[in-house]
Write a protein that binds this ligand. Structure first.
Ligand code: ZN
Length: 327
């Protein structure tokens, strides 16, 4: 038996013992027999004849496998997994707490205080329901007085008149009265992804509206415009110009709707964990009742409800979640 064991290769990796069941002769040794063979080898070594059994490098180390060692390895893996999970949970909790504190501090400093005059600036009829419904409904919940400025009639397919009416109906569903909606019908601002609006012209008209209505908070697109439409991006550029040049009235803040990647955009409420983990300034999430309200607003845009728009309404996270940044 010792002869067989002498031909069995034993070695160690780090502190954990390993062994092969294949003998140098090419014959296979049953794994179940190995512990018994090892026990015999230890016996022989203790008797002073075990030097031939173990290779020189493993004499000083534990060089045989046991069920106990495997059990120990499994325990270590479970411990590492539990520690990692605990670390992720603690980090997530601290981040959520921090986000909540930031929200409170903004409300305390008055940037989202009740009674604020908030202006939603959009480029086309349907932007308010497709992208900003969570913001509009949440601000209404915070008792903001929300008004809307739309820079075009959405006349790309010569449906400008129809779309103006649809916008008014949608705003009514979202709680914005007709008297607080202004639609600019100007040939300088066509609904056309191929035409770049003049940024200074947009900025000038917008500033006039802000000053005339005593606006405290402006909400619009970020630099990527959510859908990437050039008219959305121009609105952002105009607001940024007013802000960077210090032309906005004192105390007037700007919130920009965050553009997320295409995967996050179409996973509906499943985007919520990602939205929580991202560093946005304000996060608005709708209840199921409010989501139904947002969908009713979207259904007012009957001229736009092609088959892919139905898919959008069902899958888009913008029908449920808005994350925004202050400029
Ligand atoms: Zn648009």
């Amino acid at each position: 038996m010792l002869g067989k064991l002498e031909r069995t290769r034993l070695w160690s990796v780090g502190k954990l013992p390993c062994y092969t069941s294949r003998k140098a002769t090419g014959q296979t040794l049953s794994l179940r027999k190995v512990p018994e063979l090892v026990r015999r080898a230890i016996k022989l070594r203790n008797a002073g004849s075990g030097s031939a059994v173990f290779p020189p490098e493993s004499r000083s180390a534990l060089a045989f496998p046991t069920a106990q060692a495997r059990c120990h390895l499994l325990s270590m893996e479970i411990l590492v997994f539990l520690c990692s999970a605990a670390a992720v949970l603690v980090w997530g909790f601290l981040w959520a707490w921090d986000a909540l504190e930031r929200m409170k501090s903004w409300e305390q400093t008055g940037q989202l205080r009740a009674g604020s005059r908030t202006l939603l600036v959009i480029a086309h009829p349907d932007d308010e329901a497709m992208f900003f419904a969570p913001t509009v409904l949440s601000l209404a919940r915070l008792r903001h007085r929300v008004s809307l400025l739309c820079f075009s009639t959405g006349n790309y397919y010569n449906q400008g008149e129809i779309r103006k009416k649809e916008l008014l109906q949608s705003c009514d569903v979202l709680g914005i009265p007709y008297s607080s909606v202004m639609i600019i019908d100007n040939r300088a601002f066509p609904d056309d992804p191929g035409v770049q609006w003049d940024t200074e012209h947009v900025a000038s008209d917008l500033l006039q509206h802000i000053e005339a209505n005593g606006i405290n908070l402006v909400v619009t697109f970020d630099a990527r415009g959510v859908s990437g439409h050039i008219n959305h991006i121009t609105l952002h550029a105009a607001v940024r110009t007013l802000h960077s040049e210090g032309r906005l009235p004192k105390g007037c803040s700007v919130l920009m709707l965050e553009t997320v990647n295409v995967v996050r955009k179409y996973i509906s409420f499943l985007d919520l964990p990602f939205s929580w983990l991202q560093t946005q300034n304000v996060l608005f999430v709708l209840s199921s009742k409010e989501v139904a309200q947002a969908k009713r607003a979207m259904s007012c845009h009957r001229s736009q409800l092609l088959w892919f728009r139905h898919l959008y309404v069902f899958f888009s996270r913008y029908m449920r979640i808005n994350s925004l940044h202050f400029l």
